[in-house]
Design a protein around this ligand. Structure first.
Ligand SMILES: [Ca+2]
Length: 311
């Protein structure tokens, strides 16, 4: 029996092995993507590669070197140990490879965009008119900026802004760059510059969050660190953010505060509704240093105004 059985084993094992391989193959083809999807959050990182220890110590060491207070460090520590905290190598990669000058603003001055802005303006007229009067900035310009920046509040960005800034702040460290497989000298130079910038933004972000009782892990923004209706970065938030609804908090995820803050930003950078085109363009470019951006905003604002004045 034994001999007989052992002779038969290969003929049984072979189809079994084939079946097993097929099963594994099918599993790999169909189940693995589902499985990895279930582990992947919206930022494209998985829970498994979330936070290598070195990254936390880099950002913490930099904060101490920059003279953060013990309160600030404690707050940073509490956020770094939060279970929602992720280190995002994909964000480092985007910031290392994306060239700012190639930003393209396809014309926003389409009939669809104008209609959407018109609906929005009519719905929020009281708010837009009163706040734009306070700052002396046309409600149509503010509406146009809201359209271009966040599709009138329809899209704030999908990244946790805390995760974006603390990840960027680690990019100045060569060990971290090796970990992220970004060792090209040009990329390294860019990430180093970006890290120095991000460290200041991170500190401002934590200050803003504490002052306005916001959760920085809950604030969603872009991979470049801009967030809310007006897509401000933390330093602009700190410098120009104002309360538009009188609740004594500046929350740029609320429309009144975003509208007031855009108005304040433009006014403080020299905006006058009565200025000529080139001056107004110059002021819009302090908001976003892109000529096509400024032209899109001003063109869209004119189209909205024309529709409101001649419905
Ligand atoms: Ca407010």
């Amino acid at each position: 029996m034994n001999h007989h059985k052992s002779k038969k084993i290969p003929t049984i094992t072979l189809p079994l092995a084939t079946l097993l391989l097929l099963t594994v193959g099918i599993y790999a083809l169909f189940m693995a993507p589902l499985d990895s999807l279930s582990q992947t959050d919206t930022t494209g990182t998985t829970a498994l590669d979330s936070v290598p220890g070195i990254t936390k110590s880099v950002v913490r060491r930099n904060a101490i070197t920059a003279g953060w207070s013990s309160g600030e460090i404690a707050y940073l520590d509490s956020l770094l140990s939060d279970k929602r905290t992720r280190w995002l190598p994909t964000i480092l990669e985007k910031n290392a490879t994306h060239v700012e000058a190639t930003y393209q603003y396809k014309s926003q001055n389409t009939p669809e965009a104008v209609s959407a802005c018109l609906l929005f303006y009519n719905r929020e007229k009281a708010l837009l008119d009163s706040l734009s009067e306070v700052h002396g900035v046309s409600p149509f310009v503010i509406t146009a900026i809201l359209k271009v920046e966040s599709n009138l509040g329809g899209y704030f960005g999908r990244e946790s802004i805390f995760n974006v800034f603390w990840t960027l702040a680690t990019g100045g460290d060569s060990t971290v760059r090796t970990l992220a497989r970004l060792t090209d000298p040009d990329q390294a130079k860019r990430l180093d510059r970006r890290a120095r910038w991000a460290r200041g933004q991170l500190r401002d972000l934590l200050g803003i969050a504490l002052e306005n009782k916001l959760d920085p892990l809950d604030m969603k923004g872009s991979w470049a660190g801009a967030f809310g209706f007006a897509q401000f970065i933390p330093s602009s938030y700190k410098a120009y953010g104002v309360d538009g609804d009188g609740d004594n908090r500046v929350d740029l995820f609320t429309l009144p505060d975003a509208v007031a803050s855009i108005g304040n930003y433009l006014k403080r950078n020299g905006w006058r509704d009565s200025s000529d085109f080139s001056h107004r363009k110059k002021v819009i470019m302090t908001y976003n240093i892109s000529s096509p951006y400024a032209e899109s905003v001003l063109g869209l604002a004119d189209s909205i105004r024309a529709k409101v004045e001649n419905p």
